[in-house]
Design a binder for this molecule. Structure first.
Ligand code: HEM
Length: 402
């Protein structure tokens, strides 16, 4: 794939790698500068981090959107791409919709995951200002982005209806082209084009695609069987699409619950069920992101570059032999990195818990003892003149965050 198309769409991977290293550098500066830099210097050195992440997303979505709607080249007599226009190859028809849907997905997921951790703390009785801020800041960002994501999701679905009609047919399990097409919630597409199970809602697919029952929706049979996803692949793309839309809708209800309580009482919801749902929202967002990618990739089958290269032609016979070995190495490396990460995080959390219960003095180098932006401890009036240091609460006071 890269041998044939690398010159056309490889730029995105270059940008992504560059952004990745920038992120690594700025994360290191942020973590190691925690106590070594002045708070404002530390803060401003954190600002390029999300920008580098946006740049990484630009590269990777540029490459993926090109695979969905390839352009910016012509083919010579031997079928090789020539006359490459980098600008056209980066800004493909699917780039905008995919980029914004993905960026919002990432910020939203990060928000719900971080808030979810504090929601668990809240359920376990940690109701101090530190935990409240830890919950409110990420949850508010995620809650504001959720309805926006709903509109972006609706838009991206309509974009694939116009620009990748066979993928749309797979995601909505539409067999024959026609009008008055029903919407199926779940259900399994059969080899004869019928749908088993699921909930059928008459005409809704046509209405969602073009705001009218008379909107014509292209079916899977509009292309030969060899050029479209199999019925099993279409069913998978359909289920992941439905799960994504379902979880997206459930997250909106959660965001509304939060917004309603905040507007009425300027406070968090009191129900434990709210915090249980908030704790689940992080995991649910991660599942939704995976579902999004499965819809994108499985819905495009059998093409790796839509209408230009099949997945089966994407590797040369020599690299095909090494494919499973490479895949095995990648899996092992990721398991080790993830295992090490979880080990460090769990150790940090255990140290926190023991300090929290007063069983041990918080370690002088523990992150919980000197958060530059954390709430200041409440000082008795007599000590108020003794202003706290800009580095945060007194490191020697056990449990000072509570
Ligand atoms: C609520 C309604 C939603 C709808 C209708 C929707 C629709 C879609 C569609 C049609 C695609 C395939 C795009 C393509 O193949 O070009 C997609 C991809 C994706 N979706 Fe959603 N989505 C929704 C919510 C969400 C939410 C809440 C998240 C994450 C928390 C999410 C994350 C993703 C991701 C990561 C992708 C793959 C990358 C991309 O194409 O941008 N989606 N979505």
């Amino acid at each position: 794939m890269m041998g044939r198309w690398g010159d056309v769409f490889g730029l995105g991977f270059g940008i992504e790698a560059w952004a990745f290293f920038l992120e690594a550098v700025f994360i290191a500066v942020y973590l190691y500068g925690w106590r070594r830099l002045k708070p404002w210097t530390h803060f401003w050195l954190g600002v390029p981090l999300p920008l580098a992440a946006l740049m990484g997303a630009f590269g990777i979505i540029g490459a993926n959107a090109w695979m969905n709607t390839p352009q910016g080249f012509t083919l010579d007599a031997a079928g090789r791409p020539v006359n490459v226009s980098v600008q056209q190859a980066v800004f493909t028809p699917m780039f905008g919709p995919q980029y914004w849907h993905f960026v919002v997905a990432m910020y939203l997921t990060a928000g719900y995951v971080v808030a979810g951790i504090y929601a668990v703390g809240w359920l376990r009785g940690r109701r101090d200002r530190y935990h409240k801020l830890g919950f409110c800041v990420p949850f508010t960002i995620a809650a504001v982005l959720t309805p926006l994501q709903f509109f972006l999701g609706d838009d991206i679905a309509r974009q694939i209806f116009h620009k990748q009609p066979v993928k749309f047919a797979a995601a909505e399990i539409v067999w024959d082209t026609g009008t008055h097409v029903p919407e199926y919630l779940f259900g399994r597409l059969q080899p004869d084009g019928t749908v088993k199970g699921g909930l059928k809602i008459s005409d809704l697919n046509s209405i969602l695609a073009g705001f009218s029952r008379d909107t014509q929706v292209t079916g899977l049979t509009s292309v030969p069987a060899a050029d479209r996803p199999t019925t099993a692949e279409a069913t998978l793309a359909h289920w992941t699409f439905d799960i994504m839309a379902m979880i997206g809708s459930a997250l909106i209800l959660l965001a509304l619950w939060y917004g309603w309580c905040w507007l009425r009482r300027r406070d968090l919801p009191r129900s434990r069920w709210f915090f249980r749902c908030a704790a689940l929202a992080g995991a649910a967002s991660v599942v939704t992101v995976e579902c999004g990618w499965i819809t994108t990739e499985v819905g495009r089958q059998p093409w790796i570059v839509y209408r230009n290269m099949r997945v089966s032609d994407a590797v040369t016979p020599t690299s095909a032999a090494a494919l499973w070995t490479m895949f095995g190495i990648v899996v092992v490396v990721y398991v080790l990195v993830f295992g090490a990460f979880m080990g460090v995080v769990l150790r940090m959390s255990r140290r926190w818990q023991r300090a929290d219960l007063g069983l041990v003095r918080p370690a002088a180098d523990g992150p919980e003892t000197d958060t530059p932006y954390g709430p200041r401890p409440e000082l008795p009036a007599a000590r108020a003149a003794d202003a706290p240091s800009p580095q945060g609460p007194d490191a020697s006071a056990p449990g000072s965050m509570r």
